[in-house]
Design a protein around this ligand. Structure first.
Ligand code: URA
Length: 217
């Protein structure tokens, strides 16, 4: 198990995250989605460096080139709805991947408390596959753990990677406590959650900022 925080190194991903967090730039919904997508591309590229490659001979017009290519395609998962944009960015890079989709949302009670409801799953067999799950905001980690428990009913992956834009330390701890065998990749780590379990300073609601407000259920 490990946690890789891309913000620890200087790279363009910090530029994208600074725009994603910026309350006035967030008004541009297209740019917000584009930056989340670009984070997905960077995360995919970083994860790709840790995978297994195999030598392939490619015939060019002038000869044979030897190139190391991915030994196997991963399965990319998205938690609906906020994960769709990050997933799209990863799919730009892992462009031949298989895909999985699961819905997870906060079902609110009258007292403001909520439980995580999972309602939709579309997933290939994950047995012995490399599985990469996109969820831009890892807050309490509860929906991530519930989602993974549900999704692992479709088989036990050989590797599981979680790809996030912002992860709260509390969420990271909860995931690693409950599902130790994962690698968490994130573009930034924040230390606080507010009373509504939003990450602080975070960026707000990634799903609403990508797609517009929703009715609270
Ligand atoms: N989901 C979000 O979109 N933002 C948070 O801060 C936490 C969960």
């Amino acid at each position: 198990m490990s946690v890789i925080d891309l913000s620890k190194n200087n790279s363009l991903v910090n530029e994208y995250v600074s725009e994603i967090r910026n309350a006035s730039m967030q008004k541009d919904r297209f740019r917000f989605r584009k930056n989340i997508e670009r984070c997905g591309q960077v995360l995919a590229y970083e994860i790709s460096k840790t995978l297994i490659y195999t030598e392939k001979k490619i015939t060019t017009p002038l000869g044979i080139a030897s190139i190391f290519v991915l030994k196997e395609q991963p399965v990319l998962g998205a938690i609906l709805r906020a994960g769709i944009v990050l997933h799209n960015g990863m799919l730009d890079f892992f462009d031949q991947a298989d895909n999985a989709f699961i819905s997870a949302y906060r079902k609110h009670a009258a007292d403001g408390s909520f439980e995580i409801a999972l309602e939709y799953l579309s997933c290939p067999s994950l047995q012995d596959r490399i599985f990469i799950l996109a969820d831009p905001m890892l807050a309490t980690g509860q929906s991530m753990v519930k989602t993974l428990e549900q999704i692992f009913l479709s088989g036990k992956p050989s590797q599981t990677h979680l790809a996030c834009v912002i992860a709260a330390q509390q969420g990271i701890d909860w995931v690693l406590e409950n599902i130790p065998d994962v690698t968490i990749w994130t573009c930034a780590i924040d230390m606080e959650l507010n009373a509504n379990a939003y990450i602080v300073p975070g960026l707000g609601d990634a799903g609403d900022l990508s797609y517009g407000n929703k009715i609270q259920h």
